[in-house]
Design a protein around this ligand. Structure first.
Ligand code: ADP
Length: 271
């Protein structure tokens, strides 16, 4: 089984990846497609006259602050527009795709977090009203059932957040980490497709691409090379491997057969 995550960056064109999913599925391979969509969420927020909010944790990781209005837009854009668009394209390629959000069948479940620790103007604060969560369980059985039926699941966040007071709320979760949790639960290979051809020693120089990492020393080299959003991808990769994934490959989406190439060792392979 291969879990593929298509990035949400503007510079990513899903065409090549979707054609590759179609040929893998035709060859009898089980593929679970997952996707991000932060850029599209931001664009829709702006069209609606709302400001996307990003916060920095005390540890320096930047992430979206998802208030209630943002959560509504998130639901409209991710499992609504983007997921449906991908299912539509796969159907055109004769792949019988099934769109699922993390809330469907408790596919992605975990505690909801509403208060986050942030650093603002150098000061540490608690910001309340966030709609986010940490994925603690994946309904692998649901994905296996869908795959066994000959369908190709296309999975989108939100996840299903368990409230302390009981009940559930659909909340934001990082798409790379969602893909990682799924790959771990299915003992699958995870291909993270993005707008760069791998993890570079120098983020601005693609000739410094790291081909692979498997020892603790190689992993720390990868960690110190990753900046900005790539930091999250590396964190997700570690979670996937700890969770049982066979390998994680960070590779470009903008290639002819990007998944096949990634599985053949183009990109950065972590195992
Ligand atoms: P996506 O939206 O496709 O998931 P992200 O924007 O989250 O992708 O992450 C990819 C970005 O990470 C690249 O466009 C690049 O700017 C940045 N980056 C930071 N550090 C590195 C690195 N060491 N090697 C490659 N890219 C890096």
């Amino acid at each position: 089984t291969t879990v593929v995550k298509i990035g949400g960056a503007r510079a990513v064109d899903p065409e090549g990846a979707l054609a590759d999913v179609a040929s893998l599925v035709e060859d009898g391979e089980d593929v679970v497609l997952t996707h991000g969509g932060s850029t599209a969420v931001d664009e829709t927020l702006e069209e609606l006259g709302e400001e996307p909010t990003y916060v920095e944790t005390p540890g320096g990781v930047v992430g979206r602050f998802t208030d209630e209005d943002t959560m509504d837009v998130f639901k409209m854009v991710m499992p609504g527009k983007l997921n449906t668009d991908l299912v539509e394209s796969l159907q055109t390629l004769e792949v019988n795709a099934v769109g699922l959000s993390g809330t469907d069948g408790k596919l992605l479940e975990g505690k909801r977090k509403s208060a986050v620790r942030v650093k603002e103007d150098g000061k540490k604060k608690i910001k309340r009203g966030d709609h986010s969560g940490k994925i603690e369980s994946v309904n692998a059985d649901l994905l296996e059932t869908v795959l066994a039926g000959g369908y190709t699941p296309v999975v989108s966040v939100p996840m299903l957040g368990k409230e302390k007071s009981g009940g559930y709320t659909a909340v934001n979760a990082d798409a790379d980490r969602a893909a990682a949790a799924i790959a771990g639960a299915l003992d699958a290979d995870l291909v993270l497709l993005t707008d760069v051809s791998g993890i570079y020693e120098d983020p601005d120089d693609e000739s410094t691409k790291i081909d692979s990492a498997s020892t603790p020393e190689e992993f720390s080299a990868v960690k110190s090379a990753a900046e900005g959003f790539m930091t999250k991808k590396v964190m997700a990769a570690e979670e996937a491997l700890e969770g049982g994934a066979s390998s994680v490959i960070v590779a470009t989406a903008n290639a002819d057969a990007p998944i096949t190439s990634a599985l053949a060792g183009e990109g950065t392979t972590l195992e």
